[in-house]
Design a protein around this ligand. Structure first.
Ligand code: C5P
Length: 256
């Protein structure tokens, strides 16, 4: 497969055309951003860790009947995917209160949300991704009512599968964001599922194992990503890297 012209550059990924109809190449770059692009850095190997974890999750989901855009990895950072017509929704599933819902509503950080709460934002940087509700989603004609129902069903299925998978590695899936797209009439899971798009807490220590380490300067971001990627995909490497996450700088035990 040959990589062709650049189609789109996002904050942390670039998407390219290929010589195979109906496919694209997603390159996971080493760029990391937070706070609507207000904080930016380039961290060596970050793209590879996120690509590896995304590929792993997409494969597990496919094995469990969830349709995703993932086809194969070309190398550590480049993923071949189905070309989708993306739906501008950010579908967030929350199992515990953290992040923006703690800032915006009277939830106590770490309190369980049972059943899980689905929040859907309008993906539009110029509007700062405002929160939608079902009526707005339908009025904006972003999806049809049956598609919205389907998207929520898939999001909850992904939540159940990934929560179970991560629990086995001693990790709590606090929340995560999904994006969907269509190929024909079929809805596929697109984008990525990685440390950039999930909130993960170590079950024993409560430490953050995700982009919150970068957002809030909680420790060595790349040491965390390296160990979490290895822990999730079970490719444990050096003992030193393991230690780096076991005791990140400024870490606080989270009461839960
Ligand atoms: O910031 P907030 O608490 O709403 O984020 C909820 C979850 O969705 C977090 O895991 C965060 O990393 C993810 N998210 C994302 N991309 C966004 C907004 C949120 O991956 N644009």
């Amino acid at each position: 497969m040959k990589q062709k012209k650049l189609l789109y550059t996002g904050k942390a990924k670039s998407v390219y055309h290929t010589d195979v109809k109906g496919t694209l190449i997603v390159e996971f770059r080493d760029d990391i951003t937070a706070f609507d692009g207000g904080k930016k850095d380039t961290l060596m190997n970050k793209g590879g860790y996120n690509a590896g974890v995304s590929a792993f999750f997409f494969s597990c989901l496919e094995e469990n009947g969830v349709k995703t855009h993932f086809l194969e990895m070309l190398d550590e950072k480049r993923m071949v995917v189905r070309e989708l017509s993306m739906i501008p929704l950010e579908v967030i599933v929350r199992n515990f209160a953290a992040g923006s819902i703690v800032r915006n509503y009277p939830f106590k950080e770490g309190s369980p949300l049972k059943p899980p709460v689905i929040v859907i934002d309008y993906k539009d940087d110029s509007r700062h991704d405002p929160m939608l509700n079902d009526d707005l989603i339908i009025a904006l004609r972003l999806v049809t009512p049956p598609e919205l129902k389907r998207i929520k069903t898939i999001a909850l299925r992904v939540n159940a599968l990934l929560s179970g998978l991560l629990a086995k590695e001693g990790i709590t899936l606090v929340d995560f964001k999904l994006e969907f797209g269509r190929q024909g009439k079929t809805i596929y899971l697109g984008d990525e599922i990685s440390m950039d798009s999930m909130r993960l807490w170590d079950k024993k220590t409560g430490e953050s194992l995700d982009k919150d380490v970068y957002r809030f300067n909680k420790g060595d971001v790349m040491a965390t990503y390296q160990v979490v990627a290895a822990r999730i995909t079970k490719k444990q490497k050096s003992g030193a890297a393991k230690k780096a996450v076991a005791a990140p700088k400024n870490s606080k035990k989270r009461a839960r």
